[in-house]
Design a binder for this molecule. Structure first.
Ligand SMILES: *[C@@H]1O[C@H](CO)[C@@H](O)[C@H](O)[C@H]1NC(C)=O
Ligand SMILES: *[C@@H]1O[C@H](CO)[C@@H](O)[C@H](O)[C@H]1NC(C)=O
Ligand SMILES: *[C@@H]1O[C@H](CO)[C@@H](O)[C@H](O)[C@H]1NC(C)=O
Ligand SMILES: *[C@@H]1O[C@H](CO)[C@@H](O)[C@H](O)[C@H]1NC(C)=O
Ligand SMILES: *[C@@H]1O[C@H](CO)[C@@H](O)[C@H](O)[C@H]1NC(C)=O
Length: 472
């Protein structure tokens, strides 16, 4: 018995140490409005950040700073192992900052999402928070000469690059993983996303794509016949049966959302980032889709891989999936409100699916649809020209010391930088890489391409740190 319990203790230890690196949870007072000294006066809020200094050489080692994106910061802490894998050899201080209006950093509590408070949610304000936090930490920790390297994935990758664009005085270099910065150009093509989700399934098997298309056609036929909505409700194990075509369209969105995440999170090993998924989930889904004699049932089983990570008995498609200004999904809870608002203001996301270049039903998302939705939901209209001017659009020739990495399996990669504008900007394409795979911790199932990408990123970081020390 004694031996058995020791074994259990050891296993628990290994499990937790592999899952999360411990952190100090801290808060900094931030002005709610960095850009207007009058409207909110001295009003402040508490912005959360996580810190780990066990590897830091005080006053000397660099600061590795993760620019938090659209979620609670622990989620990024738990899924950005690359930073912890390399922090010891750099003697780095690790800081992960939470984005305002997400997680525990709500400036006005649960009133944050009403007018006029939500107006303080912008990319500029978030970057301002990060700049103030960095300046404060440098002072308080006697780290004024410590080079700062920013890290981020997806929208966080955009923020990481923008920190270098906007604050080169504070940031020596930036790793921007799977960062679709070109989406903020008014001229951006937006029709690549579902096409590339489809390509991922096609790469596993073209038959898989045919089968998915067939299933959607069958669903369409079933939805229009008497009792059809009830039949679909049973097939998809819905808690509340569909009662209208509007409900039916929501079901289609729910299915497409599952396929989106299977493609984005198509990692070579099981992960629990935005759901619990098996390794190579696209392959697993195609296995089920192709194995099923009933094509619609196959669609259901593929969706279940994404949604049924908690062993539920039925699905509430309204709770699982919220239609919003981001057709690729906004997530859930307060975080989804914040992202929806950002998608209605500065962040312009991909268009809808079209059943021509992709395997999904026609679920359009056009500029007029977006404008109308944003007026109705938030009383705002997007200002695409502002985002384009403010965040440089395609013209990033004056950028320096940034690595833009992208994975070819990632449906976002065509919104990202795939050609270096000048020699001081690195561009890395990761073959077999899904959404910012390079930021994840090392794993025995990593493809050689991601190991090489991480080594290249490390070399850039070394170079930026050396440059920064030389110029002091
Ligand atoms: C907002 O917060 C207050 C105080 O914490 C709580 O009583 C209330 O139920 C919350 N409202 C919503 C809509 O969550
Ligand atoms: C920073 O330096 C000052 C002056 O040398 C010292 O008083 C203070 O304790 C130092 N703070 C930290 C956090 O090391
Ligand atoms: C997709 O397009 C094909 C070809 O036009 C059509 O036959 C099919 O019904 C469409 N599928 C759906 C789900 O509308
Ligand atoms: C497909 O079905 C066969 C026969 O039932 C089974 O052996 C196989 O594991 C299934 N494959 C997948 C990917 O589910
Ligand atoms: C979800 O998974 C659990 C456990 O694996 C299973 O019992 C349940 O039937 C599944 N729910 C649905 C709706 O398929």
């Amino acid at each position: 018995e004694g031996v058995a319990s020791i074994v259990v203790v050891c296993l628990t230890f290994i499990f937790t140490s592999a899952q999360t690196v411990p952190f100090k949870e801290l808060y900094i007072d931030q002005y709610v409005d960095h850009f207007n000294f009058v409207s909110y006066g001295e009003s402040i809020f508490k912005e959360r950040y996580l810190l780990q200094d066990q590897w830091w050489k005080p006053g000397v080692g660099p600061i590795f700073f993760y620019t938090g994106n659209e979620g609670s910061i622990e989620e990024f802490w738990d899924n950005t192992g690359f930073v912890f894998d390399i922090a010891p050899e750099f003697n780095a201080l690790v800081v992960f900052a939470e984005h305002r209006f997400y997680g525990k950093s709500l400036p006005f509590g649960n009133k944050s999402f009403s007018h006029p408070y939500v107006g303080l949610l912008s990319i500029e304000q978030a970057l301002g928070d990060y700049a103030v936090l960095l300046s404060t930490l440098k002072q308080e920790l006697n780290a004024t000469s410590c080079p700062v390297i920013t890290f981020g994935g997806s929208y966080g990758g955009m923020l990481s690059a923008y920190m270098r664009f906007k604050y080169p005085n504070l940031v020596a270099g930036s790793i921007a993983a799977s960062a679709p910065i070109f989406l903020l150009s008014a001229n951006s093509k937006r029709d690549f996303f579902w096409e590339d989700v489809t390509k991922d399934f096609n790469a596993v098997s073209p038959k898989c794509v045919d089968r998915v298309k067939k299933a959607f056609v069958m669903m369409d036929v079933i939805s229009k016949k008497p009792g059809g909505l009830k039949e679909l409700s049973t097939t998809f194990a819905l808690c509340k049966p569909l009662t209208s075509m509007n409900d039916y369209h929501h079901l289609l969105g729910w299915i497409r959302n599952a396929f989106t995440y299977l493609a984005m999170m198509d990692y070579p090993y099981p992960t629990s980032f935005m759901g619990n998924l098996p390794g190579y989930p696209v392959k697993v889904a195609c296995g089920m889709i192709l194995n099923n004699t009933d094509a619609v049932k196959g669609l259901y089983q593929a969706s279940e891989i994404f949604y049924n990570s908690t062993g539920r008995l039925c699905f509430d498609i309204w709770a699982d999936f919220i239609e919003c200004a981001d057709p690729t999904g906004c997530g859930l809870g307060f975080n989804s409100r914040a992202w929806d608002y950002q998608a209605c203001t500065e962040i312009h996301l991909p268009a809808g699916s079209n059943n021509i270049t992709d395997m999904f039903p026609v679920l359009p998302f056009t500029n007029p649809i977006r404008n109308q939705y944003c007026q109705k939901t938030w009383g705002v209209a997007p200002r695409d020209l502002w985002g384009q001017a403010q965040f440089w659009a395609e013209n990033i020739k004056s950028a320096s010391n940034i690595v833009f990495s992208n994975g070819d399996l990632d449906p976002w990669h065509r919104g990202g930088v795939t050609q270096a504008p000048n020699p001081s900007v690195g561009v890395i394409m990761i073959k077999g890489g899904a959404h910012h795979l390079d930021l994840r911790g090392k794993n025995k199932d990593d493809p050689a391409s991601v190991i090489q990408a991480r080594n290249q990123e490390k070399d850039y970081i070394k170079k930026w740190i050396a440059e920064s020390r030389q110029s002091q």
